[in-house]
Design a protein around this ligand. Sequence first.
Ligand code: GLU
Length: 448
Amino acid sequence: MNGKEYVENVFENVEKRNAGEKEFLDAVKEVLFSLVPVLDKNPQFIKAGLLERITEPERVIYFRVPWVDDEGKVQVNRGFRVQYNSALGPYKGGLRFHPTVNQSIVKFLGFEQIFKNSLTGLPIGGGKGGSDFDPKGKSDNEVMRFCQAFMSELYKYIGPSEDVPAGDIGVGAREIGYMYGYYNKLKSSSEQGVLTGKGLNYGGSLGRTEATGYGLIYFTEEMLKDNGISLKDKTVVISGSGNVAIYAIKKATELGAKVITCSDSNGYIIDENGIDLEVVKEIKEVRRGRIKEYLDKVPGAKYVEGYRGIWNVKCDVAIPCATQGEINESSAQTLVKNGVIAVAEGANMPSTLDAINVFLNGKVLFGPAKAANAGGVACSALEMSQNSMRYSWTFDEVDSKLKDIMTNIYYNSKNAAVEYGYGNNIVAGANIAGFIKVATAMMAHGIV
Ligand code: GLU
């Protein structure tokens, strides 16, 4: 059986077994089909059933999360943790609290995380979890009670050498703090390495808050530089206004680019003078409000209802940092028509498969999520190292490690693309570079 036949067979079976899980199937499809030349070159991977094994999570945990709201009413949410692959180290990946969370979403995120974590070069396996709990509009006490209820089940399955969750959409320092406190109460311990993204005074790492956004811009800068282009003076459209978007805006602006947009699920802001980050931070991090409120502070800016229209805004570089599927085929076509030079993904799978093809065919420099946004989890792994050493590095030490990691991810992905006949296609290159490391470790471990 050649590589192509093998991939087709495996994918057909994955489709049958996971029927209806669209996000998950899209993520698997994108990775598997790019691996054909690797499998042709390494028939031992086919014999060892590597793709059948790598597409099946090692463990999926699905649990009920009952909690009591401020009115005294009982609420029931669903909790998930997908422990996908531990060939390289403890399961590692965030927790997402958002009403759209279901098994397909956590499985797609967990699957992506395997290769992303491998690309960082650090010893971490892949996992992901979350809940359909919606933190929007909840009081602080409700969020705390939910986090405690969630952890009262999850704590059985995690630990510094087993599985190390962190944040994702809807889970930031506040939620990590509540979950961390409750884990250690339940365990009568002080296991700092059990979660990452912690506060600085109880085991968090300097630079973790900034890492995904900063790493994304380091990656984008490297990708542009490698093609003889500078980020300086470029017009940048960034979507989202959460942790990734905020620090991407900050670093891009510091490097001389002009970021003119940000958004939330209701609509987007265009500020031709460059987004005022302090205003965004106040709305999103302090008041937990809506991005529309930007106009109260910057009346000269423009607000447009709906989030898809943001991709009609003309720019040199587009950086989607909101959520999966935010750029569809027609948005991608508009971006290409308007002359976009580069797209780098801050969110996980923000471009649909059709959109990615539009970018690749349109010769746009394209940084896929698993490479471009790996800075967050990379810094989480650095937080784990510091927790193990019971020591902490300075911001500059962490930041310079982050920069090196992002540069290495870019070149490892690019070199893999060239080696396997994909030219400048970093989507395929990142999949291949991430896969080979995991595959080699799985081969070494035998059938487990
Ligand atoms: N949620 C982030 C991601 O998608 C970070 C995960 C982590 O730090 O473990 O990679």
